[in-house]
Design a binder for this molecule. Structure first.
Ligand SMILES: *Cc1c(COP(=O)(O)O)cnc(C)c1O
Length: 219
């Protein structure tokens, strides 16, 4: 679907939810997409992208960043502590902060580097064994821990279970964010971003609806 159709759908969803135009940021998820498809979206003026692997992002984005100004890169996939520095130097936001060890590593590196990307705590709203994220019942304590480390926490992120009604998960995430005074809500993908916007999403992460099906399948 052309980028402008997606941005039009976002604008319509914002209006229907009574939210200001432009209050939702579109993260175009470019993981495993061929460079030519990514370039086409860059040429249309879009600058905000998401990748779920540090290694892939590091292989692909420095060259684009040399050629296009103002790229805003978001890491949306799991982050190992040994890749934290690379992720922090390359990305403007990290949506997968999900454990104390990673929080402490990021805090230490932020001191060394003198900067820190915007951070989102990933919450495993479906309490799925195989999925990353803090459990909903642990979110308040983990958020407090991140704040004690002076981390620039902007919001919460979730990936609902594929076989459940996403609205329930978006509503839970919004409740946890509100209770903790966090403004950012990273939720909503190709199949459910309008629902997410209705429930308060500030960042939607949309891949296949913009770029077409991923060439190599990947979660
Ligand atoms: C791949 C991915 C997306 C985008 O998924 P689509 O269904 O292609 O829109 C969003 N969020 C995360 C964390 C992803 O890994």
């Amino acid at each position: 679907m052309p980028l402008q159709d997606i941005t039009a759908r976002i604008a319509k969803a914002e209006a229907e939810a009574g939210r200001p135009a432009g209050s939702v940021k579109l993260i175009a998820v470019s993981k495993v997409q061929p460079d030519a498809r990514v370039e086409a979206v860059l040429q249309q003026g879009h600058r905000c992208f998401g990748e779920n692997r540090v290694q892939e992002a590091a292989g692909k984005w420095p060259a684009f960043m040399e050629r296009y100004d103002g790229i805003d890169l978001h890491l949306i996939g799991p982050l190992q502590t040994n890749k934290a520095r690379q992720a922090m130097e390359l990305c403007h936001a990290i949506h997968s902060l999900d454990r104390p060890k990673l929080a402490k590593t990021i805090a230490r590196l932020a001191q060394e580097i003198g900067a820190c990307p915007d951070l989102f705590v990933q919450v495993n709203t479906g309490e799925e064994a195989q999925k990353a994220g803090v459990m909903p019942g642990e979110a308040d304590d983990f958020i407090a821990e991140c704040r004690a480390l002076d981390l620039p926490l902007r919001g919460l992120m979730c990936i609902p279970p594929i076989d459940e009604e996403p609205a329930l998960h978006f509503a839970l995430l919004a409740k946890l964010a509100e209770r903790n005074g966090l403004a950012g809500l990273s939720m909503g993908m190709s199949d459910d971003f309008e629902t997410a916007i209705a429930l308060g999403a500030t960042h939607v992460r949309i891949g296949s609806a913009i770029f077409g099906e991923r060439v190599r399948p990947q979660g």
